[in-house]
Design a protein around this ligand. Structure first.
Ligand SMILES: NC(=O)c1ccc[n+]([C@@H]2O[C@H](COP(=O)([O-])OP(=O)(O)OC[C@H]3O[C@@H](n4cnc5c(N)ncnc54)[C@H](OP(=O)(O)O)[C@@H]3O)[C@@H](O)[C@H]2O)c1
Length: 230
């Protein structure tokens, strides 16, 4: 039986690459994105893999879409959830912090993935499912040494705490959760100066995901599987 994997933010960047590489490994992929009608590369993949790729409309901040998405899955049907969708607001300055920007970052990077995981908890349970929260080393409180992209840093730190909380919540049903830093990667968010391409980062993260065990549950790792400081 092929593994069933759901990826949020699957239309570009790391999410699109996760979709491509899970397909390459024989998985059945549910690729969630905000605007399927505009997701050209994703729709090409879907046309080439009609039996194994389903595109699902999902803004992680839309409660009705989250509920409709979760209704597709029965108990224990999903083995991997990749909470990949994320946003980075650049240009934040002390003295000009904008509550709307701060709240928007928190909704997409923290509340969205938590509520998606909650909605899919039954689908991930029983089958020993793993929730992978795509975090960032910028969410490591102990490693921050300057004031830049503060909302992004703060939301990834909060996502790390939620990773640990969700792991406690899911563990009694046999499911687990980890936070993973993909490296600095060439995407719209990472920019072209990043040292890693998406294919290398995702290949490395999938190797980690395939080798997750009890010692990883509730932890924070880089894409090589090295434990990161909180
Ligand atoms: N690239 C890096 O160097 C790097 C480093 C550390 C961590 N990360 C993390 O890796 C993840 C993927 O980032 P990326 O580099 O691939 O960024 P990206 O190229 O900017 O892609 C972001 C993805 O998130 C989606 N998204 C944003 N808000 C959403 C929402 N409300 N609902 C659903 N989807 C939403 C976007 O969809 P639209 O096209 O609809 O906007 C897009 O698919 C993020 O969580 C990011 O924080 C990236």
């Amino acid at each position: 039986m092929s593994k069933k994997v759901l990826v949020t933010g699957s239309n570009r960047g790391l999410g699109l690459e996760f979709t491509r590489q899970w397909l390459g490994r024989g998985a059945e992929v549910f690729a969630a994105c905000r605007h399927p009608e505009e997701a050209g590369a994703l729709n090409q993949l879907a046309a080439a893999n009609p039996d194994r790729l389903t595109v699902i409309p999902l803004d992680v901040n839309d409660a009705a879409q989250v509920a409709a998405m979760a209704e597709r899955f029965g108990i224990g049907e999903l083995q991997v959830l990749i909470n990949n969708a994320g946003t980075l607001a650049s240009g934040e300055r002390m003295g000009q912090l904008d509550p709307d920007v701060m709240e928007g970052a928190f909704r997409t990077n923290v509340i969205g993935p938590v509520l998606v995981t909650q909605a899919l908890a039954g689908a991930l349970a029983a089958g020993g499912g793993w929730t992978i929260n795509i975090s960032s080393e910028l969410g490591s409180i102990s490693q921050r040494s300057g004031f830049f992209t503060p909302s992004y840093c703060a939301t990834k730190a909060a996502l790390n705490m939620w990773t640990r909380m969700l792991n406690f919540a899911l563990a009694p049903q046999g499911a687990h959760c980890v936070a993973v830093h993909p490296g600095w990667v060439q995407t719209d968010m990472g920019g072209q100066d990043a040292p890693l391409d998406a294919a290398t980062s995702v290949a490395s993260m999938i190797t980690l995901i395939e080798n997750l065990g009890p010692d990883h549950a509730g932890g924070f790792f880089d894409h090589h599987g090295q434990r990161l400081p909180w």
